[in-house]
Design a protein around this ligand. Sequence first.
Ligand SMILES: [Zn+2]
Ligand SMILES: [Zn+2]
Length: 171
Amino acid sequence: MNVADLLRRPGTIREVHLEVPVSGLENPSATVDADQPLTIDLRLESLTGGIVASGRVRGQWRAVCSRCLLPLAADFDLGLREVFEEDPIEDETYPLRHEEIDLEQPIRDLVVPDLPLVPLCDDACLGLCPSCGANRNEEPCHCGSEARDPRWEALRALVITDDPERRSESN
Ligand SMILES: [Zn+2]
Ligand SMILES: [Zn+2]
């Protein structure tokens, strides 16, 4: 984005509204679709030898619930305030080169740390049953009571091989 006009007169303000996709907004658990545009509303203000960009970045990330694997999506709305200057301070300000600023890196630095590492459809999500795979949010799972506990296997075998004659004797 060219900011030559702003730099010519310090104190000048330009409002910017952009709807553009930004690639690479992801972590191992969540992603902003590459073709999903972000809504960017910024106010650029020129200082002597620099630009302050402040405003909001909105978009939507997608993920699957870490417990029940249900697809989920959520909107984000983040505040941005960054300084661009010709001699940027590492990890603090961004470069201003050839009277241009590049918003991509600051937007990535803003959005990526905000993506969830452990996305959940709900804090109370019960997840999937590790035995039968049932979604325990939707149906009660009876695996807990029916699980084949090895200590019961011997008893089960006894019932099956039970001699009918002996059973009648005991009656
Ligand atoms: Zn879930
Ligand atoms: Zn189950």
